[in-house]
Design a protein around this ligand. Sequence first.
Ligand SMILES: NC(=O)c1ccc[n+]([C@@H]2O[C@H](COP(=O)([O-])OP(=O)(O)OC[C@H]3O[C@@H](n4cnc5c(N)ncnc54)[C@H](O)[C@@H]3O)[C@@H](O)[C@H]2O)c1
Length: 349
Amino acid sequence: MRNILITGGAGFIGSHLVRLMVNKYPDYRIINLDVLTYAGNLANLKDIEKKANYEFVKCDICDFEKVQQVFLDYQIDSVIHLAAESHVDRSIKDPFSFAQTNVMGTLALLQAAKFAWNGKFEDKLFYHVSTDEVYGSLGEEGFFTEETAYDPHSPYSASKASSDHFVRAFQDTFGLPTVISNCSNNYGAYQFPEKLIPLFINNICQSKPLPVYGKGENVRDWLFVEDHARAIDVIFHEGKQGDTYNIGGFNEWKNIDLIKVMIKTVDRLLGREEGSSEKLITYVTDRAGHDLRYAIDSTKLKEELGWEPSLQFEEGIEKTVKWYLENTEWLENVTSGEYQKYYEEMYSK
Ligand SMILES: NC(=O)c1ccc[n+]([C@@H]2O[C@H](COP(=O)([O-])OP(=O)(O)OC[C@H]3O[C@@H](n4cnc5c(N)ncnc54)[C@H](O)[C@@H]3O)[C@@H](O)[C@H]2O)c1
């Protein structure tokens, strides 16, 4: 029996990881710790919430005493830490909450793990999930490798970079067994529709304007979220302690080209003339500090642990668009704020 604490399990990537772990490892107990900010939605986990090896704990990772109690109550032996403030635009408006959750919250978890495990580190692991945005911006050429120097530009990436440094510091100073992965942009089902792909799918469906930053020339490397969850599973079980693994799809898209693919896909699936929604594209002032290009070299993960993305992008985007078109109730509940009542209905006695 392993008792695995997954933080941020009600969020986008966390919910895919919790589902994978609960279904794949009936012998593990998966404890989902999440404070349920606007980005946390327990309805993402409806299909597994009654499973015997799944528990939900509502807790703020910054609440050190409560986190310590959770380590004790559930005899936690591993952590996979995803809880974070994750939206760059919000970090520009409110950097404090990013420093609080992403830096102080990670520190509280590290300290709680250190105390709970008390030097007995055999079979223990603190796995920190991070982003490629810590590496800064690339020019037209080249890739981020695990050796690329950190150069964050937004308050979000600065807070994630800082949390990565704390994780390494706990490995180096206290011998806490850790591993870190830095992943590129994810897309797929259950993503909060403030992020580019679900926002645009929703707006295309409703014939609302599609706000494109600058000239739409920023390049991102997109990975299907279930492939990220599979990579975390592989790294959690087989990654080398103290190491870092980059996760990416070798799948670069200029924003404007990605938007055109989404437009074509949604138009086709809705029976509209393909490309007719391009008239909705509206160019807006570029995001401050907007990084030009991210591209991940995930060769190490492929060569050492045998992980590769399972989907081609066109297939992934088709699956994703279909999911949002078929799950209008989920989308409506999220956009109306109705989803926040789910916890009350399900978990308050
Ligand atoms: N989305 C991406 O493309 C991407 C790419 C690479 C890395 N990441 C990283 O993966 C992780 C998950 O990202 P996501 O897109 O699923 O984020 P998300 O915003 O969808 O989910 C974050 C989750 O964390 C929870 N949370 C926030 N603050 C908390 C706190 N103080 N205590 C407890 N729970 C709290 C929220 O309720 C939510 O459920 C983050 O650490 C992010 O930096 C994301």
